[in-house]
Ligand binder design. Structure first.
Ligand SMILES: [Zn+2]
Ligand SMILES: [Zn+2]
Length: 247
């Protein structure tokens, strides 16, 4: 079974429940690890606030004192520029055990030109030129090779990429590719491309925004079964996850 859920939201961003309620749900479901990941600071309306970060840390540390399951603090950071930058300042990293990074069309970008070159694309378009796909691919690769990221969440949610190149970067840097619990946005043929690179590892997460969805992996696991993906390629299948990125 999947032993840990590393993408969950609470009231610190747009979740309906508190971290403590999510924790109780995770214990109830028999999970061994819970990762708390609010939306990054540049997510319009839903992003967590910089002033919340020490409070989130303290909340997680308190829960770990119960010595029941391991609780980790992460964040669903936004890849918010075409250069693959994520919305954290150097001083922010000390709060986190790991970093999830994702593209959201609703993340703000300080450069208007880059906003239209990058963020706004997923907002207004469905079809993309080869040149744009090269730009999006470069952006993900830069995020991965920055060595600041542990998990790439919901690839293909809004932007298409050259999967083979992103797979190689993820393999080289030990970054896990998420199969998201709300919807697996990665097309089947691209999951096959990812799986073809034997050094790519997947992680299955719920992306829960309420307690009832904590530890609900039914959507991504149905994809894993249907595409016959080897479960040993999933880092949280029957084993505990250790994030090894040098910090
Ligand atoms: Zn997201
Ligand atoms: Zn999320």
């Amino acid at each position: 079974m999947i032993l840990g859920d590393f993408h969950t939201h609470s009231k610190f961003s747009d979740g309906k429940s508190t971290v403590e309620e999510n924790y109780a749900a995770a214990v109830n479901k028999g999970l061994k690890q819970l990762g708390c990941t609010e939306h990054g600071l540049r997510h319009i309306a839903f992003g967590t606030k910089r002033r919340n970060l020490p409070i989130e840390r303290n909340t997680v540390d308190k829960l770990n004192e119960k010595n029941e399951i391991e609780v980790l603090l992460g964040i669903e950071a936004n890849i918010y520029t075409s250069n693959g930058e994520i919305d954290l300042l150097p001083d922010d990293y000390r709060w986190f055990d790991y970093i999830v990074a994702a593209y959201h069309k609703t993340a703000t970008n300080p450069s208007l030109i880059d906003f239209f070159r990058y963020n706004a694309k997923g907002l207004i378009r469905k079809k993309f030129t080869d040149r744009e796909i090269r730009l999006f691919t470069k952006s993900y690769i830069k995020a991965i090779t920055s060595n600041k990221v542990d998990i790439i969440s919901h690839l293909f949610y809004g932007l298409p990429i050259d999967t083979k190149q992103v797979a190689q970067a993820a393999a080289d840097y030990g970054v896990f590719i998420e199969l998201n619990g709300k919807k697996v946005s990665i097309p089947d043929e691209d999951i096959y491309i990812l799986a073809d690179n034997k050094n790519v590892n997947f992680i299955v997460n719920s992306d829960a925004h309420s307690t009832s969805r904590i530890g609900d992996f039914s959507v991504p696991m149905a994809v894993v079964e249907r595409l016959n993906i080897d479960k040993d390629r999933i880092v949280n299948w029957n084993k505990l996850v250790k994030f090894n990125r040098k910090k």
